[in-house]
Design a binder for this molecule. Sequence first.
Ligand code: SF4
Ligand code: F3S
Ligand code: ZN
Length: 103
Amino acid sequence: AIDPQFHENRDQVDEHEGHSVWGPVDEPEELGIHGTHVAVDFDLCIADGACLEDCPVDVFEWVETPGHPESEEKADPANEAQCIDCMLCVDVCPVDAIDVDAG
Ligand code: SF4
Ligand code: F3S
Ligand code: ZN
C-alpha cells in the first residue's frame, strides 16, 4: 500500500501537470508518487480504473507509462484541487495505491 507518510519519507523530485512528484524516480521502471492532497503511487497502480470511474468530480486522468512493470497507464491526480474528500477512490483501489489527506 502507499505510504501515508510519503511527504516525510520521500523527496519532491519533480512536477507534473501542476502537481508534485515524490521520488525516487527512475523511468520507465520507477515512477514515484504523483500528487500531494490526492496521491497515487504509480509504482503500485495496476490501471484498474475504479478511481476514474467512481470519483464524483473527475480528479483522475489516464497517463501513458510504457515500460512500467505493473501497467502501461496510470491514474494521474490531474485535478487534485477539485477533490471533495469523499474517500471513494481510496476505498475502491484494489492495490491501495491512493492516499487522500482529508486532515
Ligand atoms: Fe475523487 Fe473522492 Fe478520491 Fe477526492 S477522495 S479524488 S473526490 S474519489
Ligand atoms: Fe490505479 Fe488503483 Fe486507480 S490501480 S487506476 S489507482 S483504482
Ligand atoms: Zn502526474
